[in-house]
Design a protein. Sequence first.
Length: 231
Amino acid sequence: MGQEIEKIALGKGHEIVWKINKENRASLLPDLLREADVVIEFTSPHAAPENLKYCIEHKIPVVTGSTGWYTQLPEIRQQAEAKGAALFYASNFSIGVNVFFAVSRYMAKLLNDYPEYRAHIEEIHHTQKLDAPSGTAITLAEKTYSARQDYTGWKLEGTENANEIPIRAIRTENVPGTHTLTWSGPADKLVFTHEAFNRSGFAAGAVQAAEWLLGKTGVFTMDDLLKLKNE
């Protein structure tokens, strides 16, 4: 992701002032404060919270595509709002995926009067993917159950609770990301799939989010960028 983001950012005329990883983090972070207009953060579930807190503490606008840390989101959101900082987080920066989210929410609303239709989510990623289910699959489940009255949450496959949307996570080589939402009824089924061909869509969305975030304060998501909040 870092390489894809760098390529797209440079192609749009931006300057990459620092590339920070776990080996050089301690020595480069002070320089980051002086030179960066915005940080794009793609790391791991364990590293992301401290990286975000550091940027927020020093009021550096930060865009993060890391997932698996959202249990700490309320704390980090509170810190960002208290500091007057800017944070943009998304489980997926692809324009297509976020339209998929909006469609899934609308579909769930349409099916509220048809409880015989039951939802199931499957996600497939490369074997280096650290979290399961993916952040995108979790967001897809959240968009779905928030609009469907008889669902209260999600669970990794094997759920026996009819009020939870089951998610199946598959890891295989060289798959950037495929997500499928299925609504199965007694007579038919509806299947919606987003398949990423490569990582360029994710990277382009992250750069667009960084451009959009400059000059703002608050906590934002792709719904804000794409004006999907009322869809």
